[in-house]
Design a protein around this ligand. Structure first.
Ligand SMILES: NC(=O)c1ccc[n+]([C@@H]2O[C@H](COP(=O)([O-])OP(=O)(O)OC[C@H]3O[C@@H](n4cnc5c(N)ncnc54)[C@H](O)[C@@H]3O)[C@@H](O)[C@H]2O)c1
Length: 446
């Protein structure tokens, strides 16, 4: 058996040649996932260092399963990376766009990366014969694919959408920390298409996935992604608001939400209270759809409150610490966990960034430990102490904040905290084992 056959999953669909423009968390997971399904993938990026790493089989990001998945895909000849977009377009039938759509200074989505990618793909399509499908996978505000991507593609390629090329919008719902697994086992695949030919081509790419497929108009697919993220973020802020009341009443909000989540009309997911959501999606996506609504003359009272409650949790945690520590000036605060969630090295919009900033403003010295995210945090807070293990971080600390629920923190016991000056431990995420650590409290739990 050849290596390429060995890496294919059973029930593999007919092989397609796929290019992916933008090889970050989404693009790389998509690439490795499609390669595992038997397709041949060319990843395109503007970051040469990323390209070199990917071609060596080394993932530029941390995601569980990614190191093995990428190595296997590269070794099997099913995945390669390049900066040469033109060749990638020539050598593929379908192109997924997964470039960033960050928040602009006005809260709306910055669509400049997507516009540039569409412009470049359009030019690359100019010399190509035959039908090619372009798929927007980046999260884009409703209207972007048809009002920005389509005209750029038509202008660059000199072809008309429909005949010359197909256009789809296929939002991605993966979670960082389990990106590859989520990509390979999605709850649903949403395909918004300009016509059935383009939609059928994209559905064909996903034919081995065994997930329900929802075919929609392009704008609807764009909105499904925002509505999903906004609702998930709402669940978290709702849980935080209830958690803040629980804290005052001496109730553990986790016991409450366990009871709430057992209702068949709800689900237990995303009801975990704490120091608020972060990451590259929820904060900017909620802000972007609220900004779009404002542009349309619509008020989004719920979404505005979701963001306010979220920001407030960070202040609440620092306020609680300040009260318990009787001031923070000159104190050493150990921060365990920097990534916005466990099993990720991503610190984009992580609560830890603001919280460390607030600690520094109050004159505290911060020592920090995270199994994966210290490198990324150094660009936000270069001046704090970074420690190789929790023990170094906790040594002579006056207090400890736990900001990410990494499973290794579950193993901590009183013995680990004995090295602190004062055993003041506050959780922003519920992770410590009360059997092993006797005295600590949570932001929204006693
Ligand atoms: N990260 C997530 O959990 C997640 C989940 C679902 C959807 N999304 C959406 O997917 C999109 C990508 O997110 P991400 O987290 O993967 O971003 P990322 O920042 O991790 O990666 C984006 C990549 O695109 C590259 N890039 C930028 N401009 C380019 C260009 N013109 N040509 C080629 N490459 C280019 C960058 O160098 C980078 O490697 C965003 O719209 C995001 O909202 C993200």
């Amino acid at each position: 058996m050849k290596a390429s056959e060995a890496s294919r999953s059973p029930g593999t669909p007919a092989e397609k040649k796929i290019s992916i423009v933008g090889t970050g968390y989404v693009g790389l997971s998509t690439g490795v996932g499609f390669a595992r399904k038997g397709h041949t993938v060319i990843c395109v990026d503007i970051d040469e260092k990323k390209i070199e790493k990917i071609n060596r089989g080394e993932p530029p990001i941390y995601e569980p399963g990614m190191a093995d998945g990428l190595k296997e895909a590269v070794a099997a000849g099913r995945l390669s990376a390049t900066a040469d977009l033109k060749t990638a377009i020539m050598d593929s039938d379908v192109t997924f766009i997964s470039v960033p759509t960050p928040q602009s200074e006005y809260g709306s989505a910055d669509l400049s990366y997507i516009r540039k990618a569409a412009e470049d793909i359009g030019s690359a399509l100019r010399g190509k014969d035959g039908y090619h499908v372009v798929v927007v996978k980046s999260t884009v505000v409703p209207g972007t694919t048809e009002d920005i991507v389509l005209p750029e593609l038509e202008k660059g390629s000199g072809r008309k959408a429909g005949d010359g090329f197909g256009l789809c919008m296929n939002p991605e719902f993966l979670r960082e920390g389990r990106a590859l697994e989520d990509f390979l086992k999605p709850d649903r695949i949403v395909i918004g298409s300009m016509d059935s030919r383009a939609g059928d081509a994209v559905e064909g790419v996903y034919s081995g996935f065994g997930a329900p497929v929802l075919r929609t108009a392009i704008k609807t697919a764009e909105m499904i992604k925002y509505a999903s993220n906004a609702l998930l973020a709402t669940k978290i802020s709702f849980s935080n608001e209830i958690g803040n009341v629980c804290k005052e009443l001496g109730i553990d909000v986790y016991d409450v939400m366990k009871g709430v989540g057992m209702d068949a009309r709800l689900s237990p997911s995303f009801l975990q209270a704490g120091s608020g959501f972060g990451g590259s999606c929820f904060p900017k996506d909620v802000a972007a759809i609220a900004a779009k609504a404002r542009e349309l003359g619509q008020e989004t009272k719920i979404l505005n409150a979701v963001l306010d409650v979220n920001k407030g949790q960070r202040q609440k945690l620092v306020g609680l610490l300040e009260k318990r520590a009787d001031g923070l000036a000159g104190k050493k605060i150990a921060v365990l966990g920097l990534a916005f969630k466990p099993d990720s090295d991503d610190v984009r919009e992580a609560p830890s960034i603001d919280i460390i900033g607030m600690l520094a403003e109050r004159g505290a010295r911060v020592s920090a430990y995270d199994p994966q995210a210290m490198h990324a945090m150094k660009s936000f807070h270069p001046g704090i102490e970074y420690c190789d293990k929790p023990a170094d971080c906790l040594k002579a600390a006056d207090a400890c904040l736990i900001l990410t629920d990494w499973s290794e923190f579950k193993e901590l016991s009183d013995k680990d905290f004995d090295a602190m000056n004062t055993k003041l431990i506050i959780e922003g995420r519920k992770v410590l084992n009360p059997e092993s650590v006797k005295c600590f409290e949570g932001i929204c739990w006693p």
